[in-house]
Design a protein around this ligand. Structure first.
Ligand code: FES
Length: 400
């Protein structure tokens, strides 16, 4: 794929001129026949130039990967890190999810909204700052948090600290973040997200985990809580585990006429499969019986007992929260998960596993959905300047 030549359309050609080489490098990272998997980093690559994914960016990705624009649009509109309209130099994200919110995330967001005069996913007139409220930014231990271009800019933030930060950014400064690498522009960050090393000094940084991150470990140590049989000295295997030939045999059945595998291993696989199927069937039947019994029990007006120790939920909870007295599970006795409800049990009993080995979306039905979507997109593109995959801008929509 790396030496392919593509006849780019006039829409995609300007981006191809700038991005063809790195795009080829990205595509070459994927196995032959799986090049479409390069779409995610390619969309980030497009954002290194445009700061967002424009219709031209969609065309470039579609043409270089040999897929259609509707397929690219479906991915680009699914993930919030792909921006659908021009974005500022700095994307300021304020976490307003549960923990940050309880600790003042919403006040920080409201303060910035008022100070900057923009709302969610809107950019200041000088093109410097795009503000967004974000779901959990994976730093609950430092809540409330504010990130700039996905780097942790302020831990345990306050409204005043957030306003101070955006003012520095608007004045051309790059304040030192609370943690991690030094701040960069959104376009620079897209280069890293596309999978390329950022050579600038301080662009990548690491550090030890802070006290808030280690609080759980510290408390566990103080109270003598440990995972059963945990041994910190367990060596980490760096060698690749031996290939499981039995799994390969199931995945790639021998061609017709080929010599069958040894009877011994065939017998092993068949009996393991039989045991697993039997366990699922038995478990499903048990749950159906139990559900029916419970319904009749309730109908008869009998009180419902809570916390039956035999309940799958109770067993699962024990497994999840072992203490020193919890026995080590015996792997040889492991059976398939027990369905939790009657509906699940019925589904488990009826459902045949999907065994076509194709990735999701490659089924015949999936293809027809995509081609219908593509046809609709083409029709819409010719009828209007607004590309079909892109939502109308919020302001425009509201004014209508
Ligand atoms: S809730 Fe804000 S980082 Fe998790």
């Amino acid at each position: 794929m790396s030496d392919i030549t593509v006849d780019f359309s006039p829409a995609a050609a300007p981006l191809a001129e700038k991005l063809l080489e790195p795009a080829r490098e990205i595509i070459a990272r994927y196995p032959v026949g799986r090049e479409r998997s390069a779409l995610l980093p390619l969309l980030h690559l497009v954002q290194t130039v445009e700061g967002h994914v424009s219709p031209d960016g969609v065309a470039f990705c579609a043409e270089i990967l040999g897929i259609n624009k509707a397929q690219v649009g479906a991915v680009a509109t699914f993930y919030t890190m792909y921006k659908r309209r021009p974005t500022g130099e700095y994307l300021v994200s304020v976490c307003t999810n549960t923990l940050c919110n309880v600790l003042g995330g919403q006040e920080i967001y409201d303060g910035l909204t008022e100070h900057l005069g923009v709302g969610h996913d809107e950019t200041t007139a000088d093109g410097k700052i795009t503000l967004e409220h974000a779901e959990c930014l994976a730093a609950c231990d430092y809540a409330p948090v504010v990130t700039v271009n996905y780097d942790f800019a302020i831990d345990e933030a306050t409204p005043d600290a957030a306003v101070g930060l955006v003012e520095k950014l608007r004045n051309g400064e790059r304040p030192t973040p609370s943690r991690g690498a030094r701040l960069c522009t959104l376009k620079e960050m897209q280069f890293q997200l596309a999978g390329f090393a950022d050579e600038r000094e301080g662009a990548v940084a690491d550090g030890v985990a802070g006290a808030p991150t280690l609080r759980g470990v510290t408390l566990a140590q103080e109270h003598g809580v440990a995972v059963a049989n945990f041994n910190i000295d367990t060596p980490i295997t760096t060698t690749k585990p031996a290939r499981d030939e039995s799994a390969k045999a199931v995945k790639d059945p021998a061609p017709a006429g080929a010599k069958p595998p040894a009877a011994k291993s065939e017998g092993k696989i068949a009996s393991a499969a039989k045991r697993a199927a039997g366990a699922v069937k038995t478990a499903a039947a048990a749950v159906v019986d139990k559900a029916e019994h419970a319904v009749e029990h309730r109908k008869a007006g009998a009180p419902v007992k809570a916390g039956d120790v035999k309940d799958p939920e109770v067993r699962a909870a024990e497994t999840r929260n072992p203490d020193g007295s919890t026995p080590t599970p015996d792997a040889s006795q492991t059976v398939a998960p027990v369905p939790g409800t009657r509906t699940e049990a019925a589904g488990t009993a009826k459902n045949a596993p999907a065994g076509d080995g194709k990735p999701a979306g490659d089924t015949q039905r999936g293809e027809s959905i995509v081609s219908e979507a593509n046809a609709a997109h083409e029709e819409q593109s010719t009828a209007s300047e607004n590309p079909g995959w892109q939502n109308a801008q919020r302001g425009t929509e509201e004014k209508k």
